[in-house]
Design a binder for this molecule. Sequence first.
Ligand code: B12
Length: 446
Amino acid sequence: MSILLVSPPFGEKGLQSRGLPIAPPVLEYLAGLTRQVDPSLRLQLLDANKETLVPEEVTADAVCFTVLTPQAPWVYRMADRLRALGKKVILGGIHVTALPEEAKGHADAIVVSEAETVWASLLADLANGALQPAYHGHFPEMVGLPRPVTDLWNTSYVYGHFQTARGCPHRCTFCSVHEFFGGTTRLRPIDEVVKEVAASKRRLFWGIDDNIWGVDVKRSIELYGEMARSIRGKWWFGQADLVTLDHQRSDELLDNARRAGLTAVLVGWESNNLATLEEYKAVNKQGRHRRDQIKRIRDHGIEVMLFTMLGGRQDVRADYDELLQLCDDLRVSAHPVMTTPFPGTELYEQYKPFLKPGLDWDHFDGNHAVFEHPTLSAEEREDLIIDLRARLFTLPRILKRVARVGWRGFPMSHVTSWMVQYPQGRAFKQYALEHAARRARTSANR
Ligand code: B12
């Protein structure tokens, strides 16, 4: 029997991530899990950002899709076509877990929650022609997890990935993580992580933990110390909170993290607007002196990028300029996305009465305004974020920011700063052009 694992394209209305240099983590991980539970099964992987999925040309018996919310419409269309051709379709991932009844309509089987505890029985049922409509995974212990399988691609990637923990201690209302992982945080054994990264042929990684140091500071210090001792010539970036840096051992944490190869951290700044931060229940994760902490991280030789959302119902027009000013003051870059209430989150329930009717899930991609705002129209918010991104990613600004990374990180943190910012600026520009073309077509049709 053979199965094809598919990573869907990152939205059709905003192809921001075309040619993303990161290997899709879910696919490589599920391939590892499959080999662990049934080594006889033949496996194929397809990254639909880089290759075209043609249902008529699929040779596998079953096709498995991982589904984020903005990818759902594409997946459902493909799934319907594949099923009409007699293929079995299995869906899993965060969107399927949030809306299982919707997903069931397009699949022979769905996996709700994490796959580890149900994957073996699902594959056995598939082989026996006895698939159940739904499999409900539990929250597995993070011991003995399979390593990602990296040798099945037809395409190539610059970055691999590793995961040391699942879950996050914070409960931000916009974030899917808390709900998805059942409020749990779970850590992998340090030696398993270190051996996995050391054994990988790859040299650059994304540490895909939801919070690379905020789950358990002492364990992070220990993990990074061990990585620094055992791994040479490998570098990585990851995402984290700021409040952890109020911890008394945070200098040691940052030192060890840099020695472990951390070149850049994407910090959850979330918003400049205090009312919005409160609305998102994201105040506590900012810590006491968040501006100073940004400087501290960079002085340790680690690049910083701010994750921020704009266009929430408490946000105002001035927030866009203020974010640019903040980035200029701190000489730091940002990844601004449109506030998006994802199904399964607290924010979704709160914003439900304001959602624009008739929008398909592909609008929930961080570029589109999907709810009504008290003072700003959807078009205004979409234009404001595009304009902010254009101003943030001019070449002089990018270069000034690269130069500001502390000397202790030279050269890899500086190289990473460029490698993250430059393509991001280009992707934003490309999206802006596509957005303008779509807007022109819409007004011509009116
Ligand atoms: C890596 C990542 C990305 C990468 C993906 C890289 C790639 N090439 O695939 C990139 C940067 C591209 C990305 C983009 C986005 N992301 Co993202 N991302 C993540 C992150 C940090 C890790 C996901 C991951 O790979 N985990 C490792 C794998 C092994 O674990 P897993 O996904 O949990 O999979 C397990 C189960 O879900 C299940 N499973 C998953 N899929 C399948 C499929 C089958 C068939 C089966 C059986 C089981 C199964 O089994 C796995 C093992 O238990 C998560 C945070 C998180 N913790 O999930 C956010 C997350 C998934 N992202 C999120 C968001 C919002 C986005 C963006 C929309 C951001 C934005 N606003 O611009 C974009 C999507 C753009 C688009 N238009 O589609 C949200 C998802 C919300 C939602 N409802 O979809 C998350 C949860 C972050 C959050 N804090 O809320 N992301």
